[in-house]
Design a protein around this ligand. Structure first.
Ligand SMILES: *[C@@H]1O[C@H](CO)[C@@H](O)[C@H](O)[C@H]1NC(C)=O
Ligand SMILES: *[C@@H]1O[C@H](CO)[C@@H](O)[C@H](O)[C@H]1NC(C)=O
Length: 314
């Protein structure tokens, strides 16, 4: 099976991601493995300071934003919320051979420049610089043990992985079982995609997979390991399930996925069981200006700040 995770681009201009972990002076709760992405592509969304308040009142202590929005950064000051910040210059989900290929050559130099600037300030252990990939960079992802990066992207990816090993920084991966399932509901069962299968569904050597999320994440782990460059941690920079707008996009499915994802983040994957998986739920709010339709319905909250589903992070 080839990788099934192709996903519509959300940006015309891809954006280079910086991972900024601002945990220095802020309190850090031991359990804050889970965060939420804050996308802003809506014309009916609350003000940034209201959104930050919404994070705090719901104990969401990590945030990923896609560009350095001034109002959001201002509101985050002293909030205690840790941040992954995307940078407008260059790429979320840069695909070195696709439509964004012209940007790929800038990713590593940009990462290195930023890293050197951070290092010059002695902040390299606090601020991690990295980039986000999507699953289309995998040549094969199933079973996870047979996963590898496509040969046509290796010349782009290998130096980045080398840098991540050197800087001890994580790679960000968007892991969205929804798109795999909706593209292939014949071969993939809904309960496997929603984490509510009670048995192992896929045995892969000694590793048993009860859910697709783990299989996809371990496919990334194996692909990294198969480069032979070194150990790189993977942070799940987006995961979620839409409540409307497409196949299997229902309130109930999204609710089940969300509850189970929150539980899942406390654990590791079958291949890397010892550490919880830092995971960012996609997305905080429904964003009415996104397209296609399916992309508008990933929010945990409606634009009027009402919770779409009952959930809690503690
Ligand atoms: C998992 O949840 C979905 C959505 O509620 C449901 O359709 C499915 O039957 C559940 N599967 C199991 C094994 O409980
Ligand atoms: C918020 O919006 C949702 C979806 O439109 C609606 O169902 C809900 O009643 C609204 N809540 C309030 C308090 O207005």
């Amino acid at each position: 099976m080839v990788s099934l995770f192709a996903r519509t681009k959300r940006f015309s201009l891809p954006t280079l991601l910086l991972l900024l972990e601002l945990f220095t002076i802020y309190l850090r709760t031991a359990d804050a493995q889970i965060g939420v992405c804050y996308g802003m592509m809506g014309d009916n969304l609350p003000l940034a300071n209201e959104v930050v308040s919404l994070y705090k009142s719901n104990d969401i202590m990590r945030m990923r934003i896609y560009n350095p929005d001034q109002a959001a950064l201002q509101a985050l000051r002293n909030s205690g919320i840790e941040l992954i910040l995307g940078h407008v210059v260059v790429g979320n989900e840069i695909n070195p051979v696709g439509s964004s290929s012209e940007f790929a050559q800038y990713v590593l130099p940009a990462i290195q420049n930023i890293y050197q600037a951070i290092r010059a300030q002695g902040l390299q252990d606090l601020i991690k610089v990295t980039t986000a990939i999507d699953m289309t960079l995998l040549g094969n992802s199933y079973p996870p043990s047979q996963s590898y990066f496509r040969t046509d992207v290796r010349s782009y990816l290998d130096p980045i992985i080398g840098y991540l090993v050197y800087a001890n920084a994580p790679l960000l991966a968007n892991v969205l079982p929804y798109f795999s399932y909706s593209n292939n509901p014949i071969d993939i069962s809904l309960s496997y995609a929603l984490f509510n299968s009670t048995n192992v569904v896929v045995w892969d050597g000694q590793y048993g997979y009860q859910n697709l999320f783990d299989a996809m994440l371990d496919a990334v782990h194996v692909a990294i390991d198969n480069t032979g460059i070194g150990y790189v941690e993977v942070v799940v920079s987006e995961s979620g399930w839409p409540s409307d707008g497409g196949f299997a996009a229902t309130y109930d499915n999204a609710h089940v996925y969300l509850e189970n994802l929150i539980l899942r983040a406390k654990r590791g994957s079958p291949r890397r069981p010892s550490k919880p998986t830092e995971t960012y739920i996609f997305d905080m709010l429904d964003e009415n200006l996104k397209s296609p339709e399916i992309e508008k319905h990933f929010g945990l909250f409606f634009p009027n700040k009402t919770k779409k589903y009952p959930f809690g992070f503690v």
